[in-house]
Design a protein around this ligand. Sequence first.
Ligand code: ADP
Ligand code: MG
Length: 378
Amino acid sequence: MQFLTDFTPELVVASPGRINLIGEHTDYNLGYVLPAAIARKITFNFQRNNSDDRCHIYSKQYKTGFSIDLKSVRRSAMEWENYLLGVIHEITKKTDRLRGFNCTIESDLPAGSGLSSSAALECGLAFGLNDLFGLGLSKISMVKLSQRAEHNFVGTQCGIMDQFASVMGADGHAMLLDCRSLDHTHIPMELAPYKMVMLNTKVSHNLASSAYNIRKSECEEGVSILKAKYPEVQSLRDVNTPMLLECRDRMNTTVFNRCSFIISENNRVLAMVDALRKKDLNNIGALLYEAHEGTRTLYEVSCPESDFLVDFAKKHPEVLGARQTGGGFGGCVLHLVHEKSVTRFVESATHAYKKKFNIPLEAFEVRPSRGTTITYTK
Ligand code: ADP
Ligand code: MG
């Protein structure tokens, strides 16, 4: 099938990826997270095509596209299409104002690397359609409908963090988000003389999305055991360590470890905010290493490649701290590296990683940037 791969857009939307400084898997447990949008993004070109129902979407990166009829939006056998179909489906549940459109997407955001290309994809489409057809959706409703799209069409029971961070990011700031109330505060991220360097392991283990849903149900099992003793508990957010220890005998070790990680990870997010405010660099680094250790031993969502990089970083005093970022089993490892040593450190990590896994490491710096924006409108 021929797709419209280039046209003069009436609207261009930049939809960023995000890093998560700390607070992994806490979002669907209604806890705290501390993400930031980054300058790497998915760019959407849009034009209305004067049809009532025909929509054509083309991914320049994947060199393929698809067409749909707005009257019959269904799940596709192609995974990437479902992120977009899910958004269209959620929008059509809310409004009948959508009409035919053409859309191309291009990206400098590596997919499946823990930088949330999935949320960038969902939210960028929602943002664009909202503007193109004057849907009047608020940012928060676009965030929520994008999350539902991922639940219902893709099948990942993700929390709210990724979509929230992509849409609400602010230049130079991380965002402390309370995933229960959705209250959020922008926290200045002043890490000088350290830079945020992402090392992409280039591994994206297949078990990631099924393991994600399993972790979620293990946490739910923990909650139901805790609830029997403490009826007020609605999520792991309501649990502290003494409460967990009180119920330890009633849960298996895996469930105990999962709960234990989430409780300590929530505490680490708040400790990180405190450390950022005090510019306590040593504590910032220590919290990153501690979080990775929990990811590795208690939540068991790291992998040999990420562990290797974190262990490698620990041997280098020019690195303040490091941890795997994102859902897990690969993707990017976030490093805070002294600005004078970035090139040297990246070279030696690349060399060591290549020797160990025969994979060329990809390295890039990130800084906190603004959330989803309209960059052009006719
Ligand atoms: P992450 O969100 O960390 O990047 P996910 O597995 O959640 O990882 O989402 C990655 C998926 O998003 C890809 O497998 C693909 O289906 C989709 N995706 C990301 N970028 C693009 C793109 N440029 N074009 C089409 N699909 C994309
Ligand atoms: Mg994702």
